[in-house]
Structure formats: C-alpha cells, structure tokens
Design a binder for this molecule. Structure first.
Ligand SMILES: Cc1cc2nc3c(=O)[nH]c(=O)nc-3n(C[C@H](O)[C@H](O)[C@H](O)COP(=O)(O)OP(=O)(O)OC[C@H]3O[C@@H](n4cnc5c(N)ncnc54)[C@H](O)[C@@H]3O)c2cc1C
Length: 507
C-alpha cells in the first residue's frame, strides 16, 4: 500500500491463500469469533514436530492462508511491547533508526485508536497521545464485565509489581491494563482491510495474484542477483516472472525461511541433505526460532458471564451474530479478551537466578497473562458441560496463584478446574505446564536481523538479504528476539519503516 502511493512504482502481491471476502470469511471479520479461523480453509494448518519440552506433544501451528496473513487469524491483541524491545533491535542491527524514539513517526503513521461501537467514555483507559493517524484501527472493549473489574480490584489489592498501566502501547511495557484490539467499526482491522484492500480499490499500480504459491526466488544472469520469482497456481503449473526491481519476502516466520532454503540460501549442509544447490551460505536461515508458550488454568466461579451465555446458548449466539450481520454492533463486535498484564519474574529465584535475563531490559516483561470470562481449554482438554468458568492464561509461568488468593477473587472463585486442583509443589506445577501448554503462535527470528559486519544474521539493517542483491525480507522473521509485547504491532511498525527504506535504499 505504501509503495503504491508513488504512481511510478508498480507492485505485484503474490499470495498463496484465499481472498478474505465471501460468506465463510465472516469468521475472520467478526471479533467475537476471533480464533475460529484457525483450522479452516484460511489456515495453512501446519503442525509442530514432537516438542521435547512438552512431553513429546505435537501441537497445531496455524498460519494465515489468506490476504492479511496471520493478522486475519490472530487474537487481535495490539501491544507494541516495551520501548526497550526496539532499542535492542537498534543495538542488534547497529542502526539507530530502529530505536523507539526514531521509530515514532512510523508508529504513529500506521495505527489509530478509534471508539468502540458503543462510543462509551474511555477516559483513563488509554492515552490518546501515544496513538496516531494510520489505517490500522485499534479500540478498547465495548463489553466490560464483572471479571474485568475483579482483575483491577486484585491488581489494586496486590500492589507492588501489579501496577495499573494506562496504555501498554506507550513504550511502558509493564503492568495490567485494558487491552487494545485491532477492531474498528465493529470488525477486525488487519493488514488486508487496513492496507491491501483499500490500495487495490484505489490504485492501478497494485496487482494481486491469489492462490499462487511462490516456489523460489532466483537469479537470471548472476546467481545471487535475485529478482526473478518462480510461482505455481497448481501442481505442475510453474511459471517464471523475471525482472523485478526488487523481490520482498513477507511470507512470515515459517514461509520466509522455507522460501530462502528452496532458493538455495541457508546452511550448505542443510541444503545438500534436501538436494538443493546452495547459492548463498547463510547458516541462520530457519534457525533461532523463538515462540511464546502459554498455559491456562480455569476456575469455576459464582457469577455468570455474558460471553459464556453467548457461547453456550445457540439462540443467543444466533441473535448476536444476526445483529452483527445487520449493523456490525452488539456483543459480537468486541474481542473476547478485555485486559492484559505484563510482569517481571523475581530475579532471586530460578530460572532468573541461574540464567541470564532474557528480557530486553529492566522495564521489560518475562511473563504476561490475560483472563477470559469463559472456559478456554488447553490443547486436548475437554470443555465442561456445565458451570460458570473463568480462565487465566499465563505465558511462561504462573503467578495466578497470587491472583486467586486476593479477596477480590476469593469471594467469587468456587474451585480450580480438577486438572489444576492439586498444584502445590514445583514438580506438580511443572508437570501441569508440560502436559497442557500451547503456543501463542508468535514465531520470530528465523531470518533474523543483524549488523552489517555480523555473520549471525540473515538480513542487514536495511532488511536486505546478506550477500544477495535484489532481495529483502519484511515480516516477523527478521525480529531478533521474541517480543515483550505481542508481535503484530511490531510487524506493522517494521513494515512502515521498511517502506521508507525501500524508497531510500535499493537492495
Ligand atoms: C492463531 C493466531 C493468534 C495470534 N494472536 C496474536 C495476537 O493476538 N496479537 C499479535 O500481536 N499477534 C498474534 N499472532 C501473531 C501475528 O498474527 C503474527 O506475528 C503476524 O501476523 C506475522 O506477520 P507476518 O507478516 O510475519 O506473517 P503472516 O501474517 O503469517 O503472513 C504471511 C503471508 O505469506 C503468505 N505466504 C506464505 N508462504 C507463501 C508462499 N510460498 N507463496 C505465497 N504466499 C505465501 C501467507 O499465506 C500469508 O498470507 C497470532 C497468530 C496466530 C496464527
């Protein structure tokens, strides 16, 4: 979208998946259904290899197979992460243009805060000055609940590190706050609805090839001058497009290293085993992947929740969805997540007492957690047939023990779910985590950025592939570390600056 603002530049987008329109695609656009696009025709439907740390489990690994990519499938959490994340990106890449302060124009250019459909008063729930004027819309929940108020009562009661964070997109990455979702006008806002589709409607210098898989990038006269793309629209239907000014891979943390390897870019040993002729020795392609594990604990509670009512009562669900279809309003026009917290672990106890701190700095989180007003099951866990439930979803480790002990929660919690009933020793907690963990689906770092003189990276500070010409990577794979926030916000920011770099510096 940004590149085609210049009418002299022609852009061809090649997308393997489907268009995000049509009857089935409402699963993408209705905020209440967020997450339900997983496992459908809009998902590549990968699975992991058996995970050693999770007792050998094989987990589904969804990736968007649709215009908008995974931003059309995701849980819509918009959290840029701590400023320290971006400062570390600048340090690793040796380019101050990636630090939090330098990125401000791009941060403000891609996103804007909008009211939820009820237009309720949200004063004190976010900070207007840290939001911009961009096409991507973010908003707060229209559906505040009893649970949300309990969460903030518990935060107040616990004090200490459990501070209220008015806006987790301000660069301050710690504390509990109201969650911002990529929702506007009652529907999901994503990289297709905010950027690609409006540009396609507006400009003739942008074209989209759908259901077309890129097979590899190639050189024509010079093997490392990579401006040719081989594609296929069906088996044995290969075509070659040559002569691009530049090829930009945005196939994501799984697709981008796959394409690099298919093109002969990677570790020569890996490529030899696959029968692919090596053209560039970049041993970090597809290596160093970081993701964020998550585990949920459910509690039965003595209050009912609107979300649970809708999800368990077919008539209510039909009515809610019918209202959305008519006017993009009602309960279905809000995300199912309303609040989110980011915290640091105690440095005096393991794992931090015997490992280097993996966070980006002293103001960056080690864990995050969110509460949902319903039963969110872990992989292969059955949803109980009855009862009122809430779920605490914890990334990496569980401080919900503290939370459920607060008087705010104690007055409402009946019992933890039987699967988590007897978690008292460290061993029992560890076994629970290994057995029930899932992934947040946040892979990064498979084509990581590094400074110009480093051999650790796949791309340099301008996102050009090291040792090649004509080839750039712009997606989550370039991030050097798992984010202290949630990755999509960082991907939009990277893409916004990348468009400026593409104008300024050729690869
Ligand atoms: C279920 C789920 C929930 C998530 N929840 C959140 C969340 O709440 N908040 C958050 O910040 N992040 C979340 N994420 C992660 C976030 O969506 C991703 O980090 C982000 O979308 C990555 O963007 P990307 O451009 O790197 O890749 P993607 O968005 O995955 O885009 C890659 C695109 O390339 C296409 N492609 C791949 N290979 C080829 C090929 N060979 N030829 C042609 N096209 C190809 C794909 O079809 C896809 O459209 C979630 C992800 C998932 C899957």
């Amino acid at each position: 979208s940004r590149l085609t603002e210049d009418p002299t530049i022609k852009v061809l987008v090649i997308e393997a998946g489907l268009l995000d329109t049509g009857t089935n695609a409402t699963v993408i656009h209705i905020p209440l259904l967020s997450g339900q696009g997983v496992g459908t025709e809009y998902d590549w439907q990968y699975v992991t290899t058996p995970q050693v740390g999770l007792n050998g489990q094989v987990l589904p690994y969804p990736r968007g197979f649709v215009t908008g990519g995974s931003s059309a499938l995701n849980a819509m959490v918009y959290a840029r992460g701590p400023s320290e994340d971006f400062d570390r990106l600048a340090l690793v890449s040796g380019d101050d243009g990636w630090n939090w302060t330098s990125l401000q124009p791009y941060i403000l250019k891609n996103e804007r805060h909008v009211p939820d459909w009820t237009n309720r008063n949200v004063e004190g729930e976010y900070t207007p000055s840290v939001h911009g004027t961009g096409p991507l819309m973010t908003s707060l929940t229209p559906n505040q609940t009893t649970l949300d108020h309990l969460v903030f009562e518990a935060v107040h009661e616990l004090g200490g590190k459990f501070v209220y964070n008015q806006d987790m997109n301000s660069g301050d990455g710690l504390g509990f706050g109201w969650m911002q979702s990529t929702v506007g006008n009652g529907a999901r806002s994503d990289s297709s609805t905010a950027f690609l589709t409006p540009a396609l409607n507006l400009r003739s210098n942008l074209d989209l090839l759908l259901q077309t898989q890129v097979i590899k990038v190639a050189g024509t006269t010079n093997a490392t001058d990579l401006r040719t793309v081989e594609i296929a629209q069906h088996e044995n239907g290969e075509m070659v497009f040559a002569g691009f000014r530049e090829v930009i891979l945005s196939a994501g943390s799984v697709g981008t290293p796959q394409l690099l390897l298919l093109s002969g870019i990677g570790s020569p040993d890996d490529l030899d085993q696959l029968g692919i002729e090596p053209i560039l020795n970049l041993p970090n392609v597809g290596k160093n992947m970081q993701d964020q594990p998550m585990v949920s604990i459910q509690y039965s509670v003595n209050f009912t929740s609107p979300l649970q009512n809708v999800l368990t009562n077919a008539t209510e669900l039909d009515d809610t969805l019918a209202q959305w279809e008519t006017s993009q309003t009602g309960f279905a026009a809000g995300n199912i997540l309303n609040t989110l917290g980011f915290f640091r672990l105690d440095p005096s106890i393991p794992p931090l007492s015997n490992h280097p701190d993996p966070s980006a700095g002293p103001q960056s989180p080690h864990i995050s957690f969110a509460f949902v007003d319903s039963f969110v099951s872990n992989p292969n866990q059955d949803v109980p047939a009855s009862g009122n439930w809430i779920t605490g979803s914890i990334v990496v480790q569980s401080p919900t023990i503290n939370f459920s002990d607060t008087s705010a929660f104690a007055a409402h919690i009946i019992a933890p779910h039987p699967d988590a009933a007897n978690l008292t020793s460290n061993e029992e907690i560890e076994e629970y985590i290994r057995f029930w963990s899932n992934t947040l689906k946040h892979p990064v770092s498979t084509a990581r950025i590094s400074s110009l003189n480093s051999s650790n990276g796949v791309v340099g500070p301008n996102l050009c592939v090291n040792g090649a010409s004509g080839l750039r990577v712009v997606d989550a794979s370039i991030l050097p570390y798992a984010t202290g926030g949630f990755p999509q916000a960082q991907v939009y920011i990277i893409a916004e600056r990348a468009s400026a770099l593409i104008y300024a510096v050729s690869c």
